[in-house]
Design a protein around this ligand. Sequence first.
Ligand code: GLC
Ligand code: GLC
Length: 818
Amino acid sequence: MKYGYFDDSRREYVITTPKTPYPWINYLGMEGFFSLISNTAGGYTFYKDARLRRITRYRYNNVPIDMGGRYLYIKDGDTVWNPGWSPCKTKLDFYECRHGMGYTVITGKKDGVSAEVTYFVPVGYDGEVQQLVLSNEGSETKSLKLFSLVEWCLWDAQDDCTNFQRNFSTGRVELEGSTIYHKTEYRDRRNHYAFFTVNAPIDGFDTDRDTFIGLYNGFGDPQVVEAGKPGNSVADGWSPIASHYNEITLAPGESTTLIFILGYAENPYDQKFEADGVSINKVKAHAMIDAYNTPEKVAAGLAALRAEWDRLLGIISVKTPDDRVDRMVNIWNQYQCMVTFNLSRSASYFESGIGRGMGFRDSNQDILGFVHQIPDRARERLIDLASTQLPDGGCYHQYQPLTKKGNSDIGGDFSDDPLWMILSVAAYIKETGDWSILDEPVPYDNDPDTAQSMLQHLVVSFYHVVNNLGPHGLPLAMRADWNDCINLSCYSDKPGESFQTYTNPKFKAEGGYSKTAESVMVAALFTYVGPSFVGILKHLGKDDEAKRAQEAIDAMKATVMKFGFDGEWFLRAYDATGAKMGSAECAEGKIFIEPQGFAVMSEIGKEVGADIKALDSVDRYLNTKYGLVLNNPAFSKYYIQYGEISTYPGGYKENAGIFTHNNAWIICAEAYAGRGDKAFEYYSKIAPAFNEEISELHKTEPYVYGQMIAGKDAGRFGEGKNSWLSGTAAWNMVAISQYILGIQPDFDGLTINPSIPKAWDGFVVTRKFRGGNYTVKVSNPKHISQGVASMIVDGKPVEGNRVPVLGAGDHVIEVVMG
Ligand code: GLC
Ligand code: GLC
């Protein structure tokens, strides 16, 4: 069942009922100011850091789940309704929500009145613009009472929902004309404020929540709205809000437009106040309000946002025989990559914005799907990430976006972290040809005195693995590898101990984590990432160092075949007792997905058919109708030696859930092995546009990937969760564009190596690359999956399948498979 439809020409998903199976959200903002907005206008806003600079309040774990947002209440006689249906839930005559690229339009109609609200964060602007077009479509004059509402958060979202004894006495506001300013703590230690304004004179207001809503009412029946009369309340402690009240009369056929702006501004400390020493210096707010206070300015702002997305999505676009692929690649997958790049795993409807900053491994992987869009910001991100690395190559696992400092609460010692940075820096160079990044001085642990070149950071990353091998010569697993829930040094038996931060004191003498537990996944990741490192060294003429690195890679491959291959598939790990994990000998969790794809793409044991065996085992034991489960059989009891993975009921999350992120690695590997039909089968099982028809089961948005789909062992097999912020976005972009369609940026050109369904006649990719516009036309007359028979570049036949860097201008590459 569907709850809407894709409108590809406008790059929108159009939701036609407010009662989606879960709130279906969108993100507004790309740099400083961010909003989450659901299809009923729920959600919240923040500046840069969802924890430390929360602007509006939102309650996670709420009942109903999506309560609180930016609401407009329309009182028409005795009927009160919202354009987005919630929170009053008055039945509407028409409802529609269009989520587009950085904007959302919600339209509701009731009793002849239409309210269309457009929400967006203009490019380079620290505020959310909300334009309401209110029209009388009936035949009688309408006298309407309009109330707006946002609820302020007292800035630090964690403190805001815990420290009531203080916070109930700190809230403060200031009023000026139609603008309500939120200035809690501004008098003392803060230099920032928020405001909510409307571009018309108001007939009343409220800034105190309990006056507006009433202590025994809720968002759905605020007492002031029910009474049809504002309280003109001025908040003084408790919970400050901002609500405007306007009386509007519309003749039949008449329309009016009101523009609300929810903004954020900072002042230098010595310019915080007006001459009276008390009032906020509002110069910045005035300028921000002036920028969008007419429909013409709003239209221009929306046009600029559209133009920016035309540009971003114009860099890579495809035309394949399947509309759903085009829709994913050309619109939604790239859009999601931008969101994950901006927000890492911090703020979604499943991530509270309090728990995590920017993840080291997450953000490095996010670069892979995104680097072509804004390479300059990718470069800056890479340097920020590398600056939180430690001199021995280990890394802080997370950093806070506002301070850019490594987060010592969670610390380091995640065995995979450094490797992702080699991959992301290589991807950046392959895309841009900007080798200068390697010369950039980058500190360790944010200490400028320790700065070394980015290249040196890659060297310590590579050798962090080589220097930390266990008894079999495989990489030590440390606190966890990519799978945060395989915690081989934890042995936790007390509720509340964090599996990611707790290591058992019994490993203290060994340096904090087991020196026996080893990760085959990190071994395979090392051999997959290693060649990029070698390629970089060779390009720089460092042949001896390249040779040494290659030897380490070759040795690792041999070790994996010796100690990490289980006969039919690759092992997952050795636990802290030295026992195998992910082996046919195990009672549960006999096979895991993570090492298989990287091992295949590194050609470990290819000469003895290990690659095809591993892929066939994945198909046999992990494949289900909704995607590939992470492990099988699921763990049915707690294995203290494995940690968090066995705390989830079977089929959820890392315990045999369909973890879509690592499905992409198998898609890549199947494509690499030339099995294009299999690759595409796996791709289409998890790509959201392919699951639109089963939205009632899938539940989460049909336009973006979630982290997980419940696996076959779960009570809710096929149900999606944790939508939006997942490495799935980046990796599936890589899987479809670089492995299935096979257009791979390389250090010195593009490699064209498609691996497609045999039924396809071909496809076209247009792509900007190093200043040129490339059109790659692939035809598949023999209906095969892989193999390039001939290639013509700008009219001239070329041997092989590598297109050199051609420079500026338009280039046509005609590829015939065979
Ligand atoms: C989450 C984390 C990611 C981790 C994955 C598997 O998605 O953000 O870092 O690799 O789970 O545990
Ligand atoms: C939990 C999640 C995992 C995530 C981790 C990070 O363990 O299951 O997916 O990566 O938290 O905090």
